[in-house]
Design a protein around this ligand. Structure first.
Ligand SMILES: Nc1ncnc2c1ncn2[C@@H]1O[C@H](COP(=O)(O)OP(=O)(O)OP(=O)(O)O)[C@@H](O)[C@H]1O
Ligand SMILES: [Mg+2]
Length: 373
């Protein structure tokens, strides 16, 4: 598989392949023709005719089914709601962005299917579903001890570091949230759902864009000013980390005995020196210092001023090594209160002025001392 977005393809094709390829490119754009194409019938058979019993989840763009291909490979099959313009856009973005990118912490897109009005994405199947199911839902399916939670945070940070700092062009995911972090059979996390992602050329500091994503995870400068940088993903990652540590969803506003967001409550507890009150009551044993460090890293990630948030590589270092954080540098978080999945025109206001070239700068002073575990 290769994709035009990442430079010239090295695949040489025979003449007759070329004509079919050209026809597809004309119809759908360049990347889809270079992705593995599944036939509709193959996916119908794999999912038992898209039967309800094969349903593994439902998102904004339709139902996700478990399927088994003829060769025995388990797959997740995601038909996008037919006829929706946004669905079509996300379908093409997903293929463009991810079909050429491989990393142990990114969900692999195996291919796609275009059949009449149907647009279907086919992914590797992840045995342990998503973090929201495993951890945040009313029926928690699996017991996640601290070690597993720490692996989830670190693996997700590693996937994001790869997207932000190791790829050219870099990628901003824009929809980091619990339902988009899937868990494999060993509970290793994999980031999925690149439908909203944007490629980020090396020489620019931010993109002005229509906002899209899921509230609760959205950085204030992005939702209020439409200014997108990697730091919007860092913010979402911070919220996600608080969810993983607390076992509580950021979608609610009933925390701290009042109408508070999870992040608001976390900051309040931090100010009172009671951060351990945030920890999931179901976690029986955990290393206090390490868990507190994770929560503080999450607070560094969610600071209102994007330029003060660390880069993902710094986050990774702060999570995986026993570092002492320089808390004097920590400033209050920013929030955006709203609900649901968001996608629409941005509104300009004062926060957009905070977006400057500094937003891409790193924040080395976060760490004062690094000591190996
Ligand atoms: N590759 C996969 N392997 C296993 N389960 C998956 C896979 N992809 C998705 N799922 C399951 O399907 C659910 C729905 O996914 P989907 O991405 O459609 O919606 P969502 O993330 O909940 O919402 P949104 O539409 O905002 O992205 C996920 O939460 C997950 O439980
Ligand atoms: Mg999703």
């Amino acid at each position: 598989m290769s994709c035009s977005c990442f430079g010239a393809s090295t695949v040489l094709q025979k003449k007759h392949d070329k004509d079919a390829h050209q026809a597809k490119e004309d119809e759908e754009g360049p990347s889809i023709a270079k992705t593995k194409n599944f036939s509709y019938n193959e996916l119908r058979v794999a999912t038992n005719n898209f039967q309800r019993t094969n349903k593994i989840g439902r998102g904004g763009f339709g139902t996700v089914y478990k399927g088994i291909l003829k060769n025995g490979t388990k797959v997740a099959v995601k038909p996008l709601s037919a006829g929706s313009k946004q669905g079509e856009r996300e379908f093409l973005t997903e293929i463009d962005i991810i079909s050429n990118v491989k990393h142990p912490n990114l969900v692999e897109l195996l291919g796609c299917c275009v059949h009449g009005p149907n647009r279907i994405l086919v992914y590797e199947y992840l045995e342990n579903s998503s973090i929201d199911r495993a951890l945040l839902g009313p029926k928690r399916s699996i017991k996640l001890d601290w070690e597993r939670r720490s692996v989830i945070c670190i693996g997700t940070a590693r996937g994001l570091t790869y997207l932000h700092e190791e790829l050219v062009p870099r990628i901003v995911h824009r929809d980091i949230k619990a339902s988009n972090i899937l868990l494999d059979k060993d509970f290793q996390p994999k980031i999925g759902d690149f439908g909203l992602a944007k490629l980020f050329p090396d020489d620019i500091t931010h993109i002005s864009t229509k906002i899209a994503g899921t509230t609760g995870y959205l950085a204030p400068e992005y939702v209020l000013g439409g200014q997108l940088t990697m730091k919007a993903d860092v913010y979402s990652f911070g919220v996600l980390t608080l969810e993983v540590v607390s076992g509580r969803s950021s979608a609610y506003t009933n925390y701290g005995g009042a109408q508070k967001l999870l992040l608001e409550w976390a900051w309040e507890l931090h100010e009172e020196g009671k951060l351990l009150d945030l920890v999931d009551p179901e976690l029986e044993e955990f290393p206090n210092d390490e868990v507190i460090r994770y929560m503080k890293v999450a607070l560094f990630c969610t600071q209102a001023n994007a330029s003060r948030r660390p880069l993902m590589s710094q986050v990774l270092e702060m999570l995986s090594k026993n570092v002492k954080l320089n808390e004097k540098q920590l400033t209050p978080p920013g929030f955006f209160e709203g609900s649901g999945r968001l996608s629409g025109k941005l509104s300009k206001n004062k926060l957009s002025e905070t977006s400057t070239s500094q937003q891409m700068s790193s924040f080395p002073i976060t760490i004062t001392q690094v000591t190996p575990r």
